[in-house]
Every structure is written in C-alpha cells, then in structure tokens.
Design a binder for this molecule. Structure first.
Ligand code: HEM
Ligand code: HEM
Length: 417
C-alpha cells in the first residue's frame, strides 16, 4: 500500500523552509554584538533569508489552508495526534512570527539601516513605524527585540520536539509511516533509511553552510588613481610648468567663471571596521569664479548631492544616505562655499570656507594646487573632516573604533574658462 503523503508543493516548501530556518538560526551566533563589516553583511544576509522564509511560509500556509493534509496513520495515539497538531500550529506561528518580529525590530531600530535583500533589492521598513516619535519607536523596538529573542528559543524547542517526534515514528515503530508523509518512500522502522540519511545530510549542510558563508562587503569600487599628493594632507605639486607671474600677467583682471569638465572627481577615504573604504559622490556641481590675481573677488560654491554616494559596496551604499549617516531625507545636499583664498606658494592656495552638511555648518580649510593653462585649469585639493562634528554616524556608528573621526576628502577637478 502506498502510504498517504503530502502533495509535492507542500513537501518541497517544507524542506526548503526547514533548510532555510536551520541556516538562519546559526547566523545570530556569528554576528551577535559585533559591528565589523562582516557582521554587518551577515545581518543583511539574516534579514534576506528571514524575509525569504516569511514569503515561503505564507505560501506554505496558503497551500495548507486550501489543501488539507493526508489522513494520519490509524495507529497514532490520541496524545501523539494532539501533540503533533500543537507543534505544527506552533511551528507555523513561529515561521511567520519570527520574520515579522525581525522586520519590526529593524523597522523601529534607531540605526535605520535599510534592508537590502541579497545585496540587490531594497526591502521597505514596516510602514508607519519610521514616523513614530522616538519614544514610541523605542518601546516597539524593545518589544520586537524581546519577542524575536524569545520566539527564537521557542523555535529551538519546537524544532527539537518536531524532529524527536518524526524520529520516534521512523526509528521505533514499523506501522507508523510518518516520515513517508514528508519524504515519500521512506520505510518506517528502517534505521538506515536513505531518505533519513539524505535529510540528516541536508541538516548538516544547512548548519555548516551558515558557519562557512562569508558575505564580506565587496571591495570598494575602483576609483581614479589618487594623485601623488593625496598621500599628504597638504598637497605638494611638482614645480609648475609655468611661472605664476606669467600666469598672473596673462590672466584677465576680473576673476573668470569656470565650468567643471567631465572626469572631475570628489572622493573620500576612511576605514570601516578596519577595512579601507574609498568613496565618491557621483553627482555634484561647482560654481567657480576664480583668478589667481583677483583672489579677493574669487568665490566658489560646490553643491553635493549626498544620495549619489558610492563606495563600491551595495549594502553600505544604501546605508550611507540613511538617517544614521548623511540623512538625505532631511538634508539632501551638502554645500561648501568660500570666498577667502590665500596664495601660499607657486600654484598653491588655501581656501577657507564653510561646509554645510547634515544641518551643521562648520569652517573648513581646503589646501589645493591649481595649474592654469590657457583656458584650462587643473585643481587638486585634499582636506580632512571631523565626521562627528557634522553628526555623520549616529547611534552605534558614533564609535570611532569602527569608523575614525577624521575622514579624508579629496577633489580632483578640471575646468574650462
Ligand atoms: C527545522 C525546521 C522545520 C520546520 C519549521 C518544520 C515545520 C513543519 C510543519 C509546520 C509541518 C506541518 C505540515 C502541515 O501539516 O501542514 C511539518 C511536517 C512534518 N515535518 Fe517538519 N519542519 C522542520 C524540520 C523537519 C525535519 C528535520 C524533519 C525530519 C527529521 C521533519 C519532518 C516532518 C514530517 C515527517 C512531517 C509530517 C508530519 C505529519 O503531518 O504527520 N521536519 N514540519
Ligand atoms: C524565520 C526567520 C528568522 C529567524 C529564525 C530568526 C532568528 C533569530 C535569532 C535566534 C536571533 C538572536 C536573537 C537574540 O539574540 O536576541 C535573531 C536576531 C536578529 N534577527 Fe532574526 N530571525 C529571523 C528573521 C529575521 C528577519 C526577517 C529580520 C529582519 C528583517 C531579522 C533581524 C534580526 C536582527 C536585526 C537580529 C539581531 C538582534 C540583536 O541582537 O540586536 N530576523 N534572529
């Protein structure tokens, strides 16, 4: 007689979800309380797998409600039927409750780090929670944290009971074909049942996989090679091809208006959990009115679209515009403006200006070199900013052991008159 069994979609979903949950439950042991780039990537993986489990479990539950399970073997005792029903309901509850509380946890978190599924698709926070007053969000966050942790322990318990039940029927009775309902063809009472061995192997692979996976943040995107002078805070250009006096003599008396040309870059470099990060802004513009012989009438304004930040790592790149870093929702642009220039050597200047970033305006000193060749100019400057003074890095990112206080900012610019 062919034993009753679940239909194929139910079986496929059961084993997929089981493997995903066993994998998923390992990850917190690895990222717990760590703020390294790898932990950051592991949390993103945990969130990705968790949302996948949510989707699969809802599909499984939908299927279950419209496809009743096969009748259970007659030989099962009443208490066994009841216990298995309770455990199954509990498992469904946790297969859905775990991801929901996890989602609530990240949706109410102060850090506001977005969820990027598998580094590809942004998953929204639960609508409404982001706009709650901070005190309300904290209460929900505390609840979600407790619930996610407690349900996690509950899940360990139920999986233990569930697997113990399945093994009891499989190993200790010949007339209770329970495993065969989820693993068609399994012969009850057979210890060396190949399907059971396959399941055991799957369990080991899912658990080991979670300990072996290394979703390291990708290396930063290659940026244009930094100029030689970028090594030192004060740029030192090789001797100018042309004497500054000749330049001055040629330059018109009123400062010229310059247009930035393609290939100009605005970059920054820092460390993130000990790992070097090279970033840049891909959208920025500059109004430049400048002449070496009319410094008093020169002025420059650079406007940076902060959402255009790129560091070569998709997870970090969605985090940086968030409330914890640039907070582009409130302050989409940073503006550096200056009308105070000082010549400090041949082709070398210092601009003293102010930078408005994330709602804070601070003086910034930018030493730079400038070579003008006819109607073309090449400018290169490097400075260092205290990110904490602008509030870039909130909550757990304030810690300067993960991201240092000082961030090096460099600009390489070519312009035409
Ligand atoms: C680790 C995560 C797992 C979860 C979340 C899980 C969840 C579930 C759920 C919710 C059901 C009830 C299906 C329904 O009636 O709609 C079920 C059935 C079943 N599971 Fe699992 N399972 C897991 C792992 C396992 C493992 C490792 C085994 C085998 C050793 C197993 C064997 C079975 C069997 C045989 C059934 C059918 C029970 C019956 O209806 O008589 N499960 N599982
Ligand atoms: C079935 C799915 C899931 C399972 C089994 C699961 C399991 C766990 C477990 C056992 C912990 C450790 C709890 C603790 O130490 O307090 C944890 C932590 C965490 N989970 Fe999940 N999780 C799931 C889904 C999710 C989802 C969907 C998200 C977010 C979208 C998420 C986000 C988190 C976060 C952020 C933590 C760290 C909490 C902290 O200690 O600060 N989880 N998860």
């Amino acid at each position: 007689m062919v034993p009753d069994r679940y239909k194929t979609p139910a079986i496929v979903l059961h084993w997929l979800i089981a493997a995903a949950i066993l994998f998923q439950m390992q990850l917190p042991w690895r990222f717990h309380d760590l703020k390294t780039p790898e932990a950051f990537a592991l949390i993103q993986l945990h969130k990705s797998v968790g949302i996948t489990i949510l989707v699969l479990s809802l599909a499984r539950l939908g299927w279950r409600l419209s496809n009743p399970p096969p009748p259970e073997p007659d030989t099962l005792a009443r208490w066994e039927r009841m216990l298995s029903a309770i455990v199954h309901v509990g498992l469904y509850g946790l297969m859905i409750g775990m991801p929901i509380t996890g989602w609530l946890l990240v949706s109410t978190s102060k850090t506001g780090i977005p969820t990027l599924l598998y580094g590809l698709v942004t998953w929204p926070h639960i609508p409404g929670f982001a706009r709650l007053p901070e005190a309300g969000r904290e209460v929900w966050n505390g609840f979600a944290h407790q619930a996610h942790g407690l349900l996690g322990w509950g899940l360990y318990g139920l999986i233990g009971l569930h697997v113990a039940g399945a093994l009891k029927h499989q190993l200790f009775s010949r007339d209770e074909p329970v495993l065969a309902r989820m693993a068609p063809g399994a012969v009850a009472g057979r210890w060396a049942e190949p399907r059971l061995l396959l399941i055991a192997l799957g369990v080991v692979v899912a658990i080991a996989g979670a300990w072996l996976v290394h979703p390291r943040p990708k290396a930063s995107a290659p940026l244009p090679p930094p100029p030689v002078q970028a090594e030192t805070p004060e740029p030192v250009m090789p001797a100018a091809a042309r004497a500054p006096k000749v330049e001055a003599a040629k330059a018109p008396a009123a400062p010229s208006k310059w247009t930035v040309t393609k290939g100009s870059t605005l970059g920054f470099s820092t460390l993130w959990g000990g790992q070097a990060v090279e970033g840049r802004f891909d959208a920025w513009s500059a109004d430049i009115v400048f002449s070496p012989d009319a410094l008093d009438r020169s002025h420059v304004k650079v406007t940076i679209d902060l959402a255009s930040v790129a560091t070569g790592d998709p997870q970090r790149d969605v985090a940086l515009p968030g409330a914890d870093f640039f907070d582009v929702a409130q302050h989409p642009r940073a503006v550096f403006s200056t009308d105070n220039f000082e010549a400090v050597g041949p082709n070398r200047y210092v601009a003293k200006g102010k930078l408005a970033l994330r709602g804070v305006t601070r003086p910034v000193r930018l030493p730079f070199t400038l070579k003008i060749d006819g109607d073309k100019a090449r400018m290169s400057g490097v400075t260092s900013l205290d990110r904490t003074a602008f509030g870039v890095g909130q909550g757990e990112w304030q810690a300067t052991d993960q991201i240092p206080t000082q961030v090096k900012v460099s600009v390489q610019l070519t312009a035409t008159r």
